[in-house]
Design a protein around this ligand. Sequence first.
Ligand code: CAA
Length: 382
Amino acid sequence: MNFDFSEEQIMIQQMAKEFAEAEIAPTAVERDITCEFPGEIIKKMGDLGLMGMMVAPEWNGAGMDTVSYVLAMTEISKVDASVGVIMSVNNSLVCWGLEKYGSDFIKEKYLKDLATGKKLGAFALSEPEAGSDATNQATTADREGDYWVINGIKNWITNGKNADYYIVIAQTDRAKAHKGISAFIVEKGTPGFDQAKKEDKLGIRSSDTCSLTFENCRVPHENMIWEEGKGFNFAMKTLNGGRIGIASQALGIAEASLEASLKYSKQRKSFGTEIINHQAIQFKLADMAVKIEAAKLLILESAALKDANKDYVKEAAMAKLYASKIAVDCALEAIQIHGGYGYVREYLVERYLRDSKITEIYEGTSEIQKIVIARELLRNLN
Ligand code: CAA
């Protein structure tokens, strides 16, 4: 596999890095404390093409490949993983799925504004009783003429408060189990649709996460994505790509942890020398660097497969499983290297640890990734 980046890919990576350092970094610490949503930052990212990176120009997207998306996601998340997840959900869980499976009506009406960041999207699959067990949907949608009437509750929805358009998964035919699940696009403000209180989270605190409630919420039939009964397959296929985004977010946190550790260990002295001269510290830095490189290769492999229209289900799950694990490992080691300073807000690395943990949970827990990987191994045996 060729990992020589094109000039365009390097340019996008550089642009995302410069934007993150100039526009995101100055408010990242404050927003982590106040939990303020980075609305202005997201608008600027939209102007730069970062909110609909893989969408074709025909639908107002930037028309870039998944590798470019990975590079940009990593740079943004290195500075602020909260902004990273907002970007990831809009790009991979919302725009990608709508472009691939939405009707021209949906693309015209919704995707065009989502791809420019003028509007923000959310992806509502999880429920109080349907997290990992995603087929266990209790939210229902019943047909009434040209409308579907949605009832139920969705949980843990990223961009839940601030989104304009929501992809909502619901059971349209209970008798058919997961083959009776369908996907809809629901606009904020539709009567019967409401957002509940924002969650108070351990990490990624400036992204918003909340529950959604649907009480006889009427949605036109033309807002159905793909076709009736295809909603679960739609969600699974969308999540495969989403996992590349979250793996990139995790990689960004891991890289930030290593960079902070390198910087600190060159400044901090103990036993008469900079701590970087101690083998105990060097071993930690070397282990972090190897893990980061391995995660990067897994992520780029899955992105390159996706760009080549090849099967990437297993590789995306491996990338997410591994990158999320090493993000937590690297953040923990960064704290250890910083000692007491690592445990206080001033030195950033404690945020990296808090932000990293969720990457092992959302868009499929690590345990779910192992199930996906094992099933793919078995499938390829036959
Ligand atoms: N890719 C494509 N299709 C898939 C798939 C995948 N990775 N995994 C399952 N499917 C398909 C199967 O092929 C099957 O389709 P057919 O009926 O057409 O053959 C269908 O989905 C049902 O699959 P299973 O019979 O395997 O269903 P299951 O219940 O045994 O297991 C699961 C499914 C893999 C455990 C699935 O429920 C799953 O991935 N759960 C995790 C859900 C998840 O990732 N949630 C994240 C929430 S979104 C989020 O976090 C966003 C955010 O805000 C940040």
